[in-house]
Design a protein around this ligand. Structure first.
Ligand code: NAD
Ligand code: TDX
Length: 321
């Protein structure tokens, strides 16, 4: 397959490109990325000379360039990672989230339809379902109830993807995943922020009481799910992906300070995030049953490996802080 990977210079996209080149050396990848603050070609230096990989810089909102790239490369499929991805930034600057995440998705869908692509995969998030209280988990039938401008923009994009399947019969999938962690994650997100602040002996900020819960999944488990969906997903299907691994932010911070040899004094409770979702949890039964996916990375082992990766790769993140 010739696959257009949009947003492939970001955290999950760059991990996914490495994963695909390893698992499907016959696939050809065109990485299309604007290189915003979150896009970094340093994530891909080891593969820049791979004959099956090319990079094009541009915005998914640029319909002429997107169509030109699809046509020139005779693409078969699109997998869309490109997005503004940070909830805190969406609270400050919602407009760019609508432009990139909603309008950008509309451009990609239009092009996929125009050139008769065989598959369109939208990389979505558990945040489109809103917040849970203490029990239960999100299924694919849970109504969308996004709370942040980020989540609302991702939910809007999901609805456009659905419409292109219902109206035009486009072969789409939406994959809604929980919080990822692993190498190459921009140090604004909780885990790399806490690790890199800890290395610098700066305070580790926790919003509110630190008791908000996220379901954490190692990035390569997500990549494996996306690969299965891209190659075998049922036309029009939505798939939830999660780690069965719910942790409070306090628990995450406690593991990180223990690994870095810091004390509880390094934690700092700060003002809560506006509209802060209390808890997410995913029911991934559908993808487990239909495509045989299940997470294989143990959380505590992979978190320690991730911490060691940030300790070893200070050059990668130092300039980003
Ligand atoms: P990221 O912020 O690390 O990367 C986003 C990438 O998109 C960057 O390379 C950036 O340059 C690129 N980009 C931004 N605007 C663009 C535009 N207009 N045109 C082309 N490229 C553009 O994000 P991430 O954490 O890797 O997330 C990737 C996708 O996965 C997003 O769609 C996000 O909503 C989704 N997601 C993330 C998580 C998570 O825990 N990080 C969980 C579930 C879903
Ligand atoms: O400094 C912080 N202190 C803190 O307590 C930051 C940055 C976060 N937090 C809390 C907020 C959340 O409860 O940690 C939790 C995780 O926060 P983020 O890393 O910002 O992730 P989250 O808001 O859960 O969203 C992430 O997962 C779903 C990704 O950023 C999204 O792109 C993805 O869709």
């Amino acid at each position: 397959m010739k696959i257009l990977v949009t947003g492939g210079a970001g955290f999950i996209g760059s991990n996914f490109i490495h994963y695909l080149l390893r698992e499907h050396p016959e696939d050809q990848i065109i990485n299309f990325d604007l290189l915003t603050y979150a896009g970094n070609l340093a994530n891909l230096t080891d593969i820049e000379n791979n004959a099956n990989y090319t990079f094009v810089q541009g915005s998914i909102t640029d319909n002429r360039l997107i169509e030109q790239v699809i046509k020139e490369n005779s693409c078969d499929a699109i997998i869309n990672f490109a997005a503004e991805s940070h909830v805190d930034r969406s609270i400050l600057y919602p407009e760019i989230f609508v432009k990139t995440n909603v309008q950008g998705t509309a451009v990609l869908l239009h092009a996929a339809k125009k050139f008769g692509l065989k598959k369109y995969v939208q990389v979505s998030t558990d945040e489109v379902y809103g917040s849970l209280t203490t029990s239960g988990s999100f299924t694919e039938e849970t109504p969308l109830a996004p709370n942040s401008p980020y989540a609302a923009s991702k939910a809007s994009a999901d609805l456009l993807v659905r419409a292109y399947h219902q109206t035009y019969g486009l072969n789409v999938n939406v994959v809604r995943c929980s919080n990822n962690y692993g190498p190459f994650q921009y140090p604004e997100k909780l885990i790399p922020l806490l690790i890199t602040n800890g290395v610098d002996r700066r305070k580790l900020p926790l919003y509110g009481d630190g008791e908000n819960i996220r379901d954490w999944l190692y990035v390569l488990d997500h990549c494996c799910a996306l690969d299965l969906v891209l190659h075998r997903g049922e036309k029009g299907a939505v798939y939830n992906v999660g780690g069965h691994n719910e942790r409070t932010n306090n628990e995450i911070a406690t593991l990180i300070i223990a690994e870095l040899g810091l004390s509880k004094q390094s934690l700092k409770y700060v003002n809560d995030r506006l509209g802060h979702d209390r808890r997410y949890a995913m029911d991934a039964t559908k993808i487990e049953n239909e495509l045989g996916w299940h997470p294989i990375h143990d959380f505590e082992i992979s978190l320690k490996e991730t911490i060691r990766w940030y300790l070893k790769n200070e050059k990668w993140w130092r300039g980003l802080k």
